[in-house]
Design a protein around this ligand. Structure first.
Ligand SMILES: Cc1cc2nc3c(=O)[nH]c(=O)nc-3n(C[C@H](O)[C@H](O)[C@H](O)COP(=O)(O)O)c2cc1C
Length: 286
């Protein structure tokens, strides 16, 4: 399946782009409305994009009453990305979404990079969400942890059905003249090409640790990038930053992905699934 990465596509202003995906993933929704950080919230760098949107969203009440009915009309399965500060925040939103038939799955944005005990944090959040909903739960993890495989195992044990890998990593851009941070809050989340090797390593580690279904993302710009994620152990791939520059990326990447698989003698890109693991990655790198 081809998805968008949360926060990288507004389906209501670009419905045709959303319809070119197999699943539309919403921006992260929190219990209460959030205005997010003050601008400047986006900056380009040589190797990707920095953002400090700060989870701006209308809050779960308005999301359910206003956005969800409109998203349903798109005719594309909707995954709702859920965020919060405490496990109870996640549980509250998950139970609100449990009866909403148009929600195909819930993605738990458990990626806050500043959490000191990521295993315990993910366990608490996923377990609370699991009790609150029967919907499939995908845990979206940060790669900025000592051992992402351990975090993935914790998510699996706590009841997650799949993993979304990865969220952004922290970055800083300074203004060339003033040498002050370009983004208003200072630092932001780095996405785009610089993230790809980090994301591939995370996918490979989590595949080996859990064998769970994985949505791979991080710097995918063309079909070969997508095929690499599948080879590393992702069943599905998501497009993020590339959508800002190229809204036609979903259809283009589908064609390129098929071509990249055919060039290697495969009928489908599924044939590349986890092929990178056929010889141990660790043996190859040592
Ligand atoms: C502008 C922007 C907003 C984002 N908002 C969210 C969000 O609300 N929730 C979330 O889980 N990830 C969010 N992300 C992270 C993306 O979903 C994705 O994990 C990351 O950008 C890596 O993929 P990419 O390199 O293809 O962009 C955001 C990324 C960008 C660039």
């Amino acid at each position: 399946m081809l998805l968008n990465a949360s926060g990288c596509l507004d389906a209501l202003t670009a419905p045709d782009v959303a319809r070119s995906l197999d699943v539309f993933v919403t921006k992260t929704v929190t219990p209460l409305p959030r205005e997010g950080n003050t601008p400047v919230r986006i900056a380009e760098t040589d190797v990707g994009m920095l953002n400090s949107i700060g989870l701006a969203n209308p809050g779960i009440d308005r999301f359910v009453t206003r956005s969800l009915p409109q998203l349903e009309k798109l005719g594309v399965p909707v995954w709702v990305s859920v965020g919060g500060f405490e496990a109870d925040d996640y549980a509250e939103i998950c139970s609100r979404l449990d009866d909403e038939a148009e929600v195909a799955a819930i993605e738990l944005n458990v990626s806050c990079p500043n959490v000191e005990a990521p295993v315990e944090n993910v366990t608490r959040i996923v377990a609370a969400a699991r009790l609150a909903t029967r919907k499939p739960l995908w845990a979206k993890l940060s790669p900025a942890v000592p051992d992402i495989g351990e975090v993935a195992k914790a998510a699996q044990t706590a009841g997650a059905d799949g993993l979304s890998l990865v969220n952004t990593v922290r970055g800083l851009k300074l203004d060339a003249r003033t040498l002050r941070p370009v983004l208003e809050p200072g630092q932001g989340g780095l996405s785009g090409p610089a993230l790809k090797p980090i994301a591939l390593a995370a996918v490979a580690s989590c595949y080996r640790a859990t064998a769970m279904p994985i949505v791979g993302m991080g710097g995918i710009q063309d079909g070969l990038d997508a095929l690499e994620f599948i080879a590393a152990g992702a069943q599905h791939v998501a497009l993020g930053t590339v959508l800002f520059a190229d809204p036609d990326a979903p259809s283009r990447i589908r064609i390129e992905l098929h071509a990249a698989a055919s060039e290697r003698g495969w009928n489908s890109s599924d044939d590349a699934y986890a092929i990178a693991h056929e010889e141990s990655l660790s043996l190859r790198t040592t």
